[in-house]
Design a protein around this ligand. Structure first.
Ligand code: JHZ
Length: 392
């Protein structure tokens, strides 16, 4: 049974950056639910994939050094630990991971054709289609089974988890390994980072909920890694139950215990989270309004999907954050979804014009602070809402 715990208001599609601001952009109610049976946290409204992930999808995984390094390190780890013959990546985006492998060793799936083009042009084997049972059949016919399947920040974006894991199990060899990584529900609750929820993120997994789901497909988690990426992610290592080559690790046991201890299996934990989220909204608005009263200029740094949740939930308009800046070509000179706040192209001097910088991309805090050391030395200040709204 799904029990409601938080209402994040009406939200536009998180990656729908508009050339002209209009208050007529479609918005959808964003409510969060907890499933008392399998402990899965999900959003209520399911939007057809075609509306979100199409040939205009702007988000590119390669836009930060942090993610490029993370994918490079992972590729080295995969080669060393699993020595796979053939790898499938579901949601290969602009190729941030697969570019680290030989072309003959990888196959990618990326439904956003504009993103798929980056790797197709380089000669990689990419299916620019959605992850479905039909596609899985076609891939198995063309390539056989895979001994490693990888997917980052993709499976939680697909509504039908039954199809997702059925298709994976169908393509994974009996000795194969499935690695998936997504924002961690535990970290989201600990950091009060409610902006991990937007229309694209249909689910936020935990070890507890994912294990409950995988049981239905004779799959099980055998190892887990806590990552700093995307504000705290979990990398799950999964195998078929019949595969005895891997044993459940201590890391997995510890993560499971941490989740139980924090209360990820109890509805009350989520009700408490909802209370904290409402307070966070009030505090952030208080900070911004105080600064604006003093006529301070505020720049949003990183026009993230997460920031879209913040702006629309807190009703932050250009009177509170003047403008955003971002390095992603397809976001520049557009407006933050649902809001009349413009996004301008990043350049090194841009911060000089602003007294405060709101960290839209708070998950890249270290990378950004390193880059903006001159601004900090001049006395420039940042604003974040994670884990509590503050100026630093
Ligand atoms: P970032 C997207 O969410 C959407 P977002 C998606 N649904 C998902 O799951 C996650 O990614 C993984 C910019 N930037 O990664 C680049 C700078 O301008 O937090 C990006 O636009 N300067 C697929 O959008 C944005 O910030 C910089 O120095 O919340 C970061 O977006 C850096 C480091 C980034 O994901």
């Amino acid at each position: 049974m799904n029990k409601y715990f938080l209402d994040l208001g009406y939200q536009p599609l998180a990656n729908n950056y508009q050339k002209k601001y209009t208050n007529k952009q479609n918005k959808y109610k964003l409510k969060l639910y907890f499933n008392t049976k399998n402990k899965l946290v999900s959003i209520s409204k399911r939007i057809p994939s075609e509306k979100m992930f199409n040939n205009k999808y702007p988000y590119r995984s390669s836009m930060s050094k942090t993610m490029q390094n993370s994918f490079k390190k992972l590729s080295q780890k995969i080669k060393k630990r699993f020595k796979p013959n053939l790898i499938l990546e579901i949601g290969s985006n602009d190729g941030a991971l697969i570019k680290n492998f030989q072309k003959k060793r990888v196959v990618g799936v990326e439904p956003c054709k504009n993103l798929a083009q980056f790797t197709i042009k380089k000669g990689f084997r990419i299916y620019d289609s959605y992850w479905t049972r039909k596609l899985a059949k076609k891939i198995r016919y063309n390539h056989g089974k895979f001994d490693l399947i990888y997917s980052a920040n993709t499976l939680t974006h697909i509504s039908n988890l039954k199809d997702v894991f059925h298709s994976i199990s169908y393509l994974l060899s009996n000795n194969g390994v499935l690695i998936i990584e997504d924002p961690s529900l535990l970290e989201c609750l600990k950091k009060n980072s409610y902006d991990q929820f937007y229309n694209e993120h249909i689910y936020l997994f935990s070890v507890i909920s994912l294990n409950n789901i995988l049981k239905n497909f004779d799959l099980e988690i055998f190892d887990v890694e806590n990552l700093k990426t995307h504000g705290g992610s979990l990398r799950y290592y999964i195998k078929k139950k019949i595969n005895n080559n891997f044993h459940k690790t201590k890391n997995l046991k510890n993560q499971f215990q941490d989740e139980i201890k924090y209360g990820l299996g109890n509805f009350q934990t989520f009700k408490n989270f909802a209370k904290k989220v409402k307070l966070s909204k009030l505090k952030l608005l208080e900070i911004l309004k105080k600064l604006k009263k003093k006529k301070k200029r505020i720049l949003g740094y990183g026009a993230t999907a997460k920031a879209v949740t913040i702006l629309n939930y807190c009703n932050i308009n250009e009177d509170l954050i003047d403008i955003f800046t971002d390095i992603t070509p397809d976001k520049i000179n557009k407006y933050m979804p649902g809001k009349n706040i413009k996004i301008i192209k990043y350049n090194k001097k841009i911060l000089n014009k602003y007294d405060y910088v709101f960290l839209g991309a708070w998950n890249f805090k270290n990378e950004i602070l390193n880059k903006e050391i001159k601004y900090i030395k001049r006395g420039g200040k940042f604003i974040t809402h994670v884990p509590i709204p503050k100026i630093f």
